[in-house]
Design a protein around this ligand. Structure first.
Ligand code: SF4
Ligand code: SF4
Length: 329
């Protein structure tokens, strides 16, 4: 379904969403960054930089209580929120990040905590002229319920799911020819995917010597920012906290840049050097995920490159790797 919305129609849609969902929309903070915030909590930001905080946080939070055991031994688990979430304003990479985590956590056996957060949630993409200074953001691959494509004076709105189509029923039809032109334009912007594919191939073909990882790892200060910022990272550890009221079990994000990440009780550590852990960070997303899921585990959101204080985020490493061992000069 293709419809067209102007600003009052967008407000109408958002008001409607806010009745049924816990709606989060992009908001510009005082420091110029953007992040999702509750609807009507300040002005909505309809174009600009990538959302600072990865939206997958809503479904896989940094710390999440899984269960509580009280002093009588009774176990309780968190209950599902009354209204599902609706996240508005996700770009193509962020939608791909949610799709990646869905595949990981919802594959059998399903992760019930993730399912509880994700169940019934609505994703609304924001693409087209919605980047910084209204620059063009590539269209999604349809992995959202509604896609709002910013155009001059409004948005083309595509319903990609039954829930999305239902919400768009009241709005006037969009122009299909214009949609074809937008798709063509979007397809001509492949972004960083070519670079990542080349780096992936070099790693798969074992063209990258161990010394490369020693050099890259030498620059890592083990802050773990790359993993914490990444929308497709899904490693976590378990944490039990006991108080006079009982014990609370939570899961907490982990980072494979850290020494203890794979250290075994015996003291043996299969990823015992920074070089091995750095290789793992890149190799996992560019090779292991491809073998397992048929797709790169990096959605090219750029967050790790912005987070890394020493310039060895995914794109920087991929570029270096292709420059040194590939065809590109
Ligand atoms: S660019 Fe970095 S943060 Fe973004 S998906 Fe790829 S590895 Fe993760
Ligand atoms: S963000 Fe950079 S410095 Fe920090 S752990 Fe990751 S690679 Fe190392």
């Amino acid at each position: 379904m293709l419809t067209q919305l102007d600003r009052p129609a967008l407000e109408q849609l958002l008001d409607k969403l806010a009745v049924e969902y816990r709606l989060k929309v992009p908001k510009q903070l005082a420091d110029g960054t953007r992040q999702l915030a509750p609807y009507r909590d300040g002005a909505i930001s309809l174009s600009g930089a990538v959302l600072h905080r990865k939206p997958t946080t809503y479904f896989f939070p940094q710390i999440e209580r899984l269960l509580t055991i009280d002093t009588s031994g009774t176990v309780s688990v968190p209950v599902q929120a009354e209204k599902p979430l609706a996240l508005f304003g996700l770009n193509r990479a962020d939608l791909a990040g949610v799709t990646f985590l869905d595949r990981f956590f919802l594959a059998a056996p399903v992760d019930d905590a993730y399912l509880r957060n994700r169940s019934g949630a609505l994703l609304i993409g924001l693409t087209g002229a919605a980047g910084p200074d209204n620059s063009f953001l590539p269209l999604s691959v349809g992995d959202c319920d509604i896609e709002m494509i910013a155009i001059r004076g409004g948005w083309m709105a595509l319903g990609h799911s039954v829930a999305g189509e239902r919400l768009l029923l009241d709005f006037p039809d969009g122009d299909p020819e214009r949609m074809v032109a937008l798709r063509k334009f979007s397809e001509s912007n492949s972004g960083h995917q070519d670079l990542l594919q080349k780096a992936s191939q070099l790693l798969t073909d074992d063209k990258v010597p161990d010394q490369f990882w020693v050099e890259i790892a030498d620059r890592c200060i083990l802050c773990s920012g790359c993993n914490l910022a990444c929308p497709t990272c899904n490693c976590f550890g378990m944490q039990d906290r006991t108080s006079e009221n009982g014990t609370e079990r939570s899961r907490v994000w982990d980072s494979y840049q850290l020494d203890a990440f794979m250290r075994e009780a015996s003291g043996h550590n299969p990823l015992g050097t920074e070089a091995l852990r750095t290789r793992r960070r890149i190799h996992h997303k560019l090779v292991a995920d491809v073998e397992r899921w048929g797709e790169l585990g990096c959605v090219a959101c750029g967050r790790c490159d912005r987070a890394c204080p020493t310039g060895i985020g995914m794109m920087a490493v991929a570029e270096e790797l292709v420059k040194r061992y590939g065809e590109i000069k």
